[in-house]
Design a protein around this ligand. Structure first.
Ligand code: KMH
Ligand code: ZN
Length: 277
């Protein structure tokens, strides 16, 4: 089986400092968390940033500073979030794509191809907005990671391929267990994997308590795995995770037990069709 790419989702937009006082929120702390996660086996970091109060922001300057600090420490693949936080405007969300260049240009960006409930809220991604995001990524040579919170989002990605806005092979992240979206179950994962277009690569993010079993299923099925504090703040029932690196290290250990070598950064870039750096 192919080596496994482990993605570390370091911060997110929903976890609060009240829930997790050691959540990294400054550019320096996020870069340190990225380096620690890379040392534990992560080859991609899914990146959100926070403002000086610790609140989610899509501000390009904060992203640029954070990407610069990450790249000074590690050659991990940087994937900026265009999901941001629920309720942000489209132009606000797109800033880490439109506002970064030169040494800070990200290699990847997340792209959610449909809308879904998100707890009591709605994560709104109307197709015209998704097209504009895909176009902005294509113009800059940024590879999208298609975030799938529900099955129909795969079909919408295929529509965008037909329109020439997404280039195959596609790379998907199957996000499972957000309240109101697809549950973190084996049956749902098999359905999603069987629905992917031929040649696609995929990773799975189990959200909250479903994370560990979804990670193991992803490893067994030949997929890749995302973990980190954005997706799950607990190491085990009632025990807070110390860091994203701690969660990454567990996935790396499980991968070894299951016969999946952990991808190097060069292997991850090859598997994702990115240029070697
Ligand atoms: N924070 C969620 C509303 C992404 O980064 O692209 C969306 C999210 C997905 O985290
Ligand atoms: Zn995210």
């Amino acid at each position: 089986m192919d080596p496994v790419i482990i993605t570390a989702a370091l911060v997110g937009a929903e976890v609060t400092l009240e829930q997790l006082p050691h959540l990294p929120v400054t550019p320096e702390a996020i870069a340190a968390a990225a380096a620690e996660a890379a040392a534990a086996g992560a080859t991609v970091v899914h990146l959100h940033v926070r403002d000086s109060r610790g609140e989610p922001t899509q501000d390009a300057e904060v992203f640029a500073e954070t990407v610069g600090l990450i790249r000074a420490r590690t050659d991990v693949i940087v994937q900026v979030s265009t999901g941001g936080a629920v309720g942000m405007t489209a132009s606000e969300r797109l800033q880490p794509v439109t506002g970064l260049g030169g040494d800070q240009l990200p290699e990847m960006a997340s792209l959610t191809t449909g809308s879904c409930n998100f707890g009591d809220e709605v994560f709104a991604n109307p197709l015209p907005m998704v097209r504009a995001f895909a176009q902005a990524m294509a113009e800059r040579g940024i590879k999208p990671e298609i975030e799938v919170f529900d099955a129909g989002m795969i079909e919408s990605a295929v529509v965008l391929v037909g329109e020439g806005l997404l280039l195959e092979p596609l790379h998907f992240n199957l996000v499972m267990g957000v309240p109101g979206a697809i549950p973190a179950s084996a049956k749902s994962l098999l359905h999603l994997v069987e629905s992917l277009p031929r040649g696609a690569t995929w990773t799975v993010s189990g959200i909250g308590r479903g994370q560990l079993r979804m990670s193991v299923l992803g490893l067994v099925l030949g997929g890749h795995v995302r973990t980190g504090l954005e997706d799950n703040i607990f190491y085990s029932k009632g025990v807070l995770a110390e860091s994203s690196a701690q969660l990454v290290a567990r996935v790396a250990r499980l991968a070894g037990e299951l016969g999946r070598p952990v991808a190097t950064a060069a292997q991850a870039r090859d598997l994702l069709g990115l240029e070697r750096r």
